[in-house]
Design a protein around this ligand. Structure first.
Ligand SMILES: C[S@@+](CC[C@H](N)C(=O)[O-])C[C@H]1O[C@@H](n2cnc3c(N)ncnc32)[C@H](O)[C@@H]1O
Length: 275
């Protein structure tokens, strides 16, 4: 199907939540000297201009990254601040916003390996040309769930996998947890980040239960809702398999800061599903 284009949504509140967690986890893993792999199986094009027609049409970034003042960032959000400011060339509110591949490329070291996968032909071409010349980066043009299972464990045996589907196909609420479980069996110590939307239909409830049932590693859940359940996407969710032990406390300390993007009835939930 592939009608989803992330350019319409780049920098929205869900990207802020997802990329905050992604950069915190990566920053933690980078504290050890050993090389690691970052595998991003639904990568998108990698970098976004928030003044282009797609972003302007929805205006979602205005209620996301552009609504965050460039003052008083808490220390706990430093890795995310670093990558967003760098993408924005230090102009705030930002015109440019980093996708997950750009965040990984900015935080990783020369010894790390970055594997980005994207199926949409034009997004794939944009991704490939953006990272041409970066010897750390390997760009794939594959079906994401096939790639998810095939690409683990990476040779480094350390690192993280971001699973960030567009959920255009209803089946994904079943096929994604199933593929994640197969990937976990192949790489039980890998860190897996799985993003999901909170929508009025409530499809995320059985989805979350399925993830809990099919996986067995320590599991942390973070949900960030900007308003009560209603029309459209009202929240952003992340399930983190094998989370860094510091992550729950970091997210706890960032509740108030994220709360800047919440309207009346917004809630933030952090749940240790399994330790
Ligand atoms: C939510 S976007 C990714 C955003 C990106 N992870 C980021 O944070 O910047 C989802 C991407 O997955 C791609 N996609 C959708 N279905 C796919 C599939 N079956 N295999 C590979 N890529 C797919 C879409 O084209 C889209 O670019």
């Amino acid at each position: 199907m592939l009608s989803y284009l992330h350019g319409f949504h780049a920098g929205n509140f869900a990207d802020v939540h997802k990329h905050l967690i992604f950069s915190l986890v990566l920053d933690y893993l980078l504290k050890k000297d050993k090389p690691l792999s970052v595998i991003d199986v639904y990568a998108g094009s990698g970098f976004y201009d928030l003044t282009d027609n797609r972003a302007k049409k929805t205006g979602e970034a205005e209620a996301g990254i552009q609504a965050i003042p460039d003052t008083a960032w808490p220390e706990a959000a430093a890795p995310y601040r670093e990558v967003t400011r760098r993408a924005a060339a230090h102009q705030w509110p930002p015109r440019f916003y980093p996708g997950s591949p750009q965040i990984a490329a900015d935080l990783a070291r020369s010894k790390d390996r970055l594997v980005f996968n994207e199926l949409h032909p034009r997004e794939y071409e944009a991704l490939k040309s953006r990272f041409a010349g970066d010897p750390r980066v390997h760009v794939h043009h594959r079906e994401a769930l096939e790639a998810l299972v095939a690409l683990v464990p990476p040779p480094e045996k350390r690192g993280l996998v971001l699973v960030d589907p567009s959920y255009e196909v209803k089946d994904e609420y079943r096929t994604v947890p199933e593929a994640l479980a197969r990937a976990e069996l192949k790489w039980p110590t890998g860190v897996f980040l799985l993003w999901y939307p909170l929508l009025a239909g409530g499809a995320h409830h059985p989805f979350v239960q399925l993830v809990e049932r099919l996986t067995s590693a320590p599991l942390l859940q973070s949900e960030f809702c900007i308003r009560p359940p209603g029309a459209g996407m009202y929240g952003s969710g992340m399930m983190i398999l094998n989370p860094p032990w510091t992550l729950a406390a970091s997210l706890e300390s960032l509740r108030g800061w994220l709360g800047q993007l919440q309207g009346p009835g917004g809630v933030t939930r952090i749940r240790n599903v399994r330790t």
